[in-house]
Design a protein. Structure first.
Length: 319
């Protein structure tokens, strides 16, 4: 969240700052270019993190990046504002890079879990990837809160233009849904697929994991766009503040609840299959069908119902 704040602060406020300091469009463009070129600061900081340890650098950046960016509010002129953002924004970007590295390290460290030694059963090898769905779901919910939830709120200043356009509100809402869901789905399948491949899980568990995270991605994205519509923040000047609103909190609680319910519904049929494979006990096909069907229907409902509620809300606003 801190990284998102620093990366969007200048973009969201540069037009207001230019008006306040009476800066021309060319000077505004030059300032934006200088801020973007500040990315060169990221390279030595990342190198320093590799040599001295990522944890202290991440903690330091978590404090330094927002503080330096916030100092821009005290800028006496446009040049000082550009200077603070040219330093603060790259620090936030560096924080993004280091966090992405931690995600990659997590995925590949899965490969080195002691799941091939003596006493490690087929049951245990396949249970861990199933439980990995919970962590992957939390990651998806966090990303959706940052990038999908604010989608409608960011249209606040141009809402009048959307009202006068011939484009139906339904198309607007579904467009925002698909634009946010597509990259999120690629990330979700990538995380789950790679970890399952590294653990060499059974074909059944691989299929369950991929289908489950796919349905959860659609459901989380649907709830994100819906909660963002039902609890809009049209007047905000900083997109990074939108996910921290009351609606964002409700969305995260709803997402965590959904993930937990889906895992519980699928736990019984997964246990039945793994028991049958590991211990030779008979698997109940009815139990498996009911469990997986209930989980799938829940995800579909969590996708469609919230979006329909959001559509009704937008139609009221439109009138």
């Amino acid at each position: 969240m801190l990284a998102a704040f620093t990366n969007t602060l200048f973009t969201q406020t540069v037009a207001f700052a230019a008006d306040e300091f009476h800066i021309s469009n060319s000077a505004q463009g030059l300032g934006s270019a200088i801020v973007r070129w500040g990315i060169v600061i990221s390279l030595p900081v990342v190198a320093r993190a590799d040599s001295s340890g990522r944890r202290p650098v991440i903690v330091a950046l978590s404090w330094a990046a927002p503080v330096v960016c916030a100092l821009g509010a005290l800028s006496p002129n446009f040049g000082v504002l550009v200077a603070t953002q040219a330093v603060g924004r790259p620090l936030g970007l560096t924080l993004d890079i280091l966090l992405a590295v931690l995600v990659v390290v997590y995925v590949f460290n899965i490969k080195f879990l002691p799941l091939r030694g003596e006493g490690v059963t087929f049951f245990l090898v396949n249970v861990i990837p199933f439980l990995n769905l919970v962590l992957a779901g939390f990651v998806l919910a966090s990303i959706a809160a940052r990038f999908i939830f604010p989608g409608v709120s960011l249209e606040g200043r141009t809402l009048w233009l959307l009202r006068s356009s011939p484009m139906p509100v339904r198309d607007l809402l579904w467009a925002k849904f698909w634009v946010g869901t597509a990259p999120l789905l690629v990330l979700a399948i990538g995380i789950v697929g790679v970890t399952d491949y590294l653990l060499q899980v059974s074909a059944f568990m691989f299929l369950v994991s991929v289908l489950s995270i796919t349905l959860l991605t659609f459901a989380v994205s649907g709830m994100a766009i819906a909660f963002g519509t039902l609890f809009p923040q049209y007047e905000t000047e900083n997109a990074a503040q939108i996910p921290t609103s009351f609606g964002g909190l409700l969305f995260m609680m709803a997402s965590i609840t959904l993930i937990g319910i889906v895992v519980v519904l699928e736990a019984k049929p997964v246990y039945g299959y793994l028991s049958a494979e590991a211990f030779g006990t008979p698997a109940d096909p009815t139990e498996m069908i009911m469990g997986f069907t209930a989980a799938a229907l829940l995800c579909v409902a969590a996708t469609v119902v919230p979006i329909r509620a959001a559509l009704r809300r937008l139609e009221v606003v439109e009138r």
